[in-house]
Ligand binder design. Structure first.
Ligand code: RAM
Length: 354
């Protein structure tokens, strides 16, 4: 009896599934029928749909990543939605591997097909990311790389150009002379460390500029404020600060935005225009840089879906379409470059809304 009931239920269940599939098929067929629908474009490009894609920034609560990842801004989740995937943004609250790793592990346990990760610390993340890759999960890094444990890296801009241009911007403001310091994010962050490496090289061109300290604000506003104040106390002759982190530069700007320091200690770095508009308009900052974070997330999503669909393998020279951004070519070391950053000054800052 139980058996029969069970079988009847199973048959009913099967009927429901078959009907459901037929309905689903007709939905796909009808929406794919117009030749200009995105779904048709998707089919033509051979991209899979329904993939579980997890977007895992260094941390949640950092506005830079909110812009990079959100639907509203046109970031990674917007691209995933347009492609018909299941996109989820997840991470910890602090930009540390201890906070980020559980989110990566949970995403894998929940059946992720692809992970899009900004690495807080490649050494700490790599064993888990390698396991994911071994299970066939696509691993794409964006913003901050984990070079030995990912399928592709979506780089915001040339690493060398970011490092050198930051030094050049500051050099101009301090007339190539004086003590300078760097307020970075986490000491383990791949992106910040790579940029700082190029800054040090570029500084060789400016023998009268001396890098006296590198401090770490960990992408945490309170810590960044504290380390900036510490720097100013320790180095009363400091001429300038470079902060290649959106959280760090905003915190440093707030510390410098007083009569004592404004205009005297120069500040540049990487920040979001909305968070720094006030400081540019009142003269605390003359110029700083950034790429469009939403475009970075959007491009990373297209790369991940293409890779997971096997339309690309990450080899140099291959190209893929990234929706509204157009076609991108893969460079050396499975890396894709978004493009040159924008320099923001009083003249253009009002034009940007991120
Ligand atoms: C912070 C993060 C991020 C970096 C930007 C510029 O938000 O550290 O990794 O790319 O700044």
């Amino acid at each position: 009896m139980h058996e029969v009931v069970a079988r009847t239920r199973r048959v009913r269940g099967l009927v429901a599934v078959v009907v459901g599939l037929a309905v689903a098929a007709s939905i796909v067929a009808s929406s794919a029928s117009g030749s200009t629908t995105p779904r048709t474009a998707r089919a033509a490009a051979g991209l899979k749909t329904g993939l579980n894609v997890y977007v895992i920034p260094k941390n949640l609560g950092n506005n830079y990543f909110t812009v990079a990842d959100s639907v509203k801004t046109g970031g990674a989740l917007a691209a995933l939605q347009a492609l018909g995937e299941h996109g989820t943004e997840t991470s910890g609250s602090a930009a540390t591997s201890a906070s980020q790793l559980p989110a990566i592990q949970a995403a894998i346990a929940k059946g992720a097909n692809a992970l899009i990760v900004s690495a807080t610390d490649p050494t700490a993340l790599c064993p888990t990311l390698k396991q994911a890759m071994a299970r066939g999960i696509t691993v794409v890094t964006y913003d901050s790389d984990a070079p030995t444990c990912r399928d592709m890296f979506i780089n915001q801009a040339s690493t060398a150009a970011i490092g050198t241009s930051e030094v050049d911007l500051l050099a101009k403001e301090i007339h190539n002379t004086g003590q300078i310091a760097i307020v970075s994010a986490a000491a383990s962050a791949t992106n910040q460390n790579a940029w700082i490496g190029y800054m040090k090289q570029e500084l060789k061109k400016y023998p009268k500029m001396k890098l006296v300290s590198v401090v770490y604000g960990n992408d945490d506003p309170t810590t960044a404020t504290q380390v900036t104040s510490g720097l100013l106390q320790h180095y009363p002759n400091l001429a300038g600060i470079i902060s290649p982190t959106t959280v760090g530069i905003a915190a440093a700007a707030a510390v410098l935005d007083t009569k004592q320091y404004r205009g005297k200690v120069k500040l540049t770095g990487l920040g979001t225009p909305l968070s720094l508009k006030k400081f540019v308009n009142d003269g605390t900052i003359q110029a700083f840089e950034l790429w469009n974070p939403a475009n970075l997330g959007y491009l990373a999503a297209y790369a991940a879906v293409n890779y997971a669909s096997k339309t690309i393998t990450g080899a140099a020279g291959q190209s893929f379409k990234a929706g509204k951004l157009g076609t991108y070519k893969i460079g050396a070391d499975h890396t894709v470059l978004l493009g040159p950053p924008t320099v923001f000054t009083k003249a253009n800052i009002n034009k940007f809304n991120f």
